[in-house]
Design a protein around this ligand. Structure first.
Ligand SMILES: O=C(O)CCC(=O)C(=O)O
Ligand SMILES: [Fe+2]
Length: 382
């Protein structure tokens, strides 16, 4: 009997070691009919499926679509308004007509898939529990802390700022570094143009004064981290999740998904599935932008579901200020009617937080919120 089947039925001592090799390994070697116990969520956390029930999860969602060309053209004011509405109401939008070529986008999804196709020995060279490692391969969400494991394997790596980062990236597949370097550079540029529009939509910048150029320079020098997610087919997709509900650290995430659906966002207390649009980016507001906008733009919970038939690849590019910078509500968005709603935060406090807790839902962002009493005493002092 293969180890995965044995584990399924009785649970052996080697289980955890075997499971730590990830779900691709499990799927390929296990001929699985059922998911191992360690992946089964409590009933209340499972994704449900019912087309008849209008209140059930998994209905489709047409996210607001922002046309990049409109954002740069004479209709910019209208496009900025749509951007503001999307960030306030959904925390998410799809960006179409952007400047990154179909070829660059397709190559990135393709090379990511080929990375996960490598033998486990090759992928596992990058396995580490060090959260600060410039390259980290792993499985689940936080593989050493998750009480229930998730149905995903991932590769995480730093893109910016990082001297000589190419030499840390996987050297296999042979074209990995070249394809990723082009993609990282182009997504960073796209992020900066979108971020400038977001700052304008918040009324933080208006023209090209020197003070405003400084704020843009901080974003220019900011951090960029990439995560490649791989979700193999799952024999019982209703019992588990690819990624549990979470919000993203950072200002913006630019997510590329292949044509297999799986991303769901929480909207009006329901989980709705985002329909992939070929070559579009799903962009979402991260915790730092919610803090910086003093709560005006929302960092929304999202998760990934898996399916029985197809594997799925997604590529997330996370962008924020430089790692040593404090993120705080913009002074331009604080006044008597809008007191400061969040504590200042930095990367170290985030790392300290996630390394002591099982990352769960919006915990980190909630830990940064000033409570009602704190707000009241601040108001009194003003
Ligand atoms: O795969 C997806 O659609 C979601 C990925 C995600 O949310 C993440 O990597 O933070
Ligand atoms: Fe995410």
């Amino acid at each position: 009997m293969c180890p995965a089947m044995a584990m399924n039925e009785q649970g052996s001592k080697d289980d955890s070691q075997y499971l730590m090799k990830g779900v691709k390994q499990l799927y390929e070697k296990g001929h699985l009919q059922t998911v191992p116990k360690k992946y089964i969520l409590p009933a209340s956390d499972r994704p449900t499926k019912s087309v008849e029930d209008p209140n059930a999860d998994n209905q489709n969602l047409q996210l607001p679509i922002i046309d990049f060309a409109e954002l740069l053209g004479p209709n910019r004011p209208k496009a900025l308004q749509s951007l503001a509405n999307a960030c306030e109401q959904y925390g998410f939008f799809q960006l179409v007509n952007h400047c990154i070529s179909d070829d660059v986008v397709r190559s990135m999804v393709d090379v990511s898939g080929r990375f996960f196709d490598l033998p486990f020995e090759e992928r596992s060279k990058y396995m580490t529990s060090d959260m600060r490692a410039p390259v980290r391969y792993g499985t689940s969400f936080s593989q050493t802390k998750d009480t229930v494991l998730c149905w995903r394997d991932f590769l995480k790596f730093l893109c910016h700022p990082f001297p000589d980062f190419h030499s840390h990236w996987p050297s296999s597949p042979l074209d990995f570094r070249k394809v990723v370097a082009t993609y990282a550079e182009e997504t960073k540029h796209l992020y900066l143009v979108v971020m400038e529009a977001i700052l304008e939509s918040l009324g933080i910048i208006e023209g090209k004064e020197s003070e405003e150029e400084n704020i843009l320079k901080e974003f220019d020098n900011g951090s960029q981290m990439m995560v490649l997610n791989f979700y193999p087919p799952c024999p019982q997709p209703d019992l588990t999740l690819g990624i549990p509900p979470h919000s993203d650290y950072g200002f913006l995430t630019l997510l590329l998904q292949d044509q297999v659906e799986g991303l769901q966002i929480q909207f009006q207390d329901k989980w709705l599935t985002v329909q992939p649009i070929p070559n579009a980016f799903v962009i979402n507001v991260g915790d730092h932008l919610e803090i910086f906008s003093n709560g005006r733009y929302k960092s929304v919970l999202h998760r990934a579901v898996v399916n029985e038939a197809k594997s799925r690849v997604s590529v997330a590019s996370f962008h924020s200020l430089p790692f040593n910078f404090m993120v705080r509500p913009s002074p331009k968005l604080i006044d008597e009617a809008n007191p400061k709603r969040y504590m200042d935060t930095d990367f170290d406090s985030f790392l300290a937080y996630v390394s002591t807790k099982e990352p769960n839902k919006k915990d980190f962002l909630n830990s940064r919120k000033l409570t009602y009493l704190q707000l009241e005493s601040k108001l009194k002092k003003q």
